[in-house]
Design a protein around this ligand. Structure first.
Ligand SMILES: Cc1cc2nc3c(=O)[nH]c(=O)nc-3n(C[C@H](O)[C@H](O)[C@H](O)COP(=O)(O)OP(=O)(O)OC[C@H]3O[C@@H](n4cnc5c(N)ncnc54)[C@H](O)[C@@H]3O)c2cc1C
Length: 303
């Protein structure tokens, strides 16, 4: 068993920011990441709204955030957290290969994709994708569908329209609610069709995607497409915390202004938090607050 004061789970913008603050506070901590450090940023084509770095490429922004922890000699360790429980006031955190014991935890595990449309799971990787930046270039000149709403779907659509031959942006909302400048710029393109008030009811294909079935104002209809990006299935990556019985809203952890959850010593940061604006800048802010709170908690606990 590895003993530490604080354990950070996740190395996206929230986890990176938490690690930076913990390192600068000279705290004893372990930082676990199940995949490549950088989180969602690694798959974002352009981050247009991170202060100080205009139109940053997501990968480059991730690398520069990681540089700030590396310059302090800190980097994440590979490990996917499978289970967390509490014993005698300490958190016991299990990955496949190791068990950790810590006084405090910062959960920064973001969102994960959960298939919600019939056919979505079976055709994942065969025409169903969650990342336009990663897979968009495979569909050059072809037909693509983005199913979503708000800023994220618009951003993915703007990136894809320059690559594909035909792009449908489909949303169940009666009117598309999103940044007007982005929406206007997208709808000015000849190859883009916006379908509002429309749901995708089925994703169809045998060995590869062939079409989607939609339900709109005028009934059911089919669209032939080569790829679909369903962006509605994002759920909080918090299932492994269920033994702690945290207060949450649809899996998103409820926190106070110090990023403290209903479980003493457990702090949450970033997209996993129950909040309204899930962005890089808010994730980084949450991580900083969570780390500062965790340091204070550990100091008190050790007195
Ligand atoms: C397509 C797309 C475009 C976007 N565009 C923008 C934009 O332009 N501007 C903007 O500000 N925001 C944008 N966002 C949102 C932004 O990416 C997120 O708000 C931000 O990445 C959240 O950071 P996070 O650290 O909370 O989570 P994430 O970035 O999701 O990082 C979570 C990390 O935790 C790890 N993890 C998960 N579970 C475990 C586990 N059990 N054990 C160990 N590690 C685990 C994951 O592997 C991941 O690395 C976009 C998001 C998407 C999907």
């Amino acid at each position: 068993m590895v003993n530490t004061d604080i354990l950070i789970i996740g190395a996206g913008p929230a986890g990176i920011s938490a690690a930076l603050y913990l390192a600068r506070a000279n705290a004893s901590f372990v930082w676990l990441e199940k995949s490549a450090p950088g989180g969602k940023l690694l798959n974002i084509h352009e981050v247009g709204n991170y202060p100080g770095i205009p139109n940053a490429n997501g990968f480059d922004l991730a690398m520069s955030l990681l540089k700030s922890t590396e310059s302090l000699g800190v980097s994440s360790t590979y490990g996917e957290v499978k289970n967390v429980h509490k014993e005698d006031g300490r958190f016991i955190v299990a990955t496949e290969d190791e068990t950790y014991s810590s006084l405090a935890i910062i959960v920064a595990t973001g969102l994960s994709n959960v298939p919600t449309i019939p056919g979505e799971k079976d055709l994942f990787g065969k025409g169903v994708s969650y990342c336009a930046t990663c897979d968009g270039p495979l569909y050059r000149g072809k037909t693509a569908v983005i199913y979503g709403k708000g800023f994220q779907a618009l951003e993915e659509a703007l990136y894809l329209q320059a690559i594909v031959g035909k792009l449908y942006l489909i949303t169940p909302e009666e009117e598309y609610e999103g940044e007007k400048m982005m929406l206007d710029s997208l709808l000015a393109k000849d190859n883009v069709t916006l379908l509002t008030g429309t749901k995708i009811s089925k994703i169809i294909g045998e060995s590869a995607l062939s079409s989607i079935e939609c339900e709109g104002k005028d009934g059911v209809f089919e669209i032939k497409t080569d790829v679909v990006f369903p962006l509605f299935g994002e759920k909080s990556a918090s299932a492994f915390l269920s033994p702690l019985g945290l207060e949450s809203n649809r899996g998103f952890i409820k926190v106070d202004a110090n990023m403290a959850s209903s479980c003493e010593g457990l702090y949450a940061a970033g997209d996993i938090v129950d909040k309204t604006l899930r962005q890089v800048v808010t994730a980084a802010s949450d991580g900083a607050i969570a780390a500062t709170s965790a340091v204070q908690y550990v100091r008190k606990a050790k007195k």
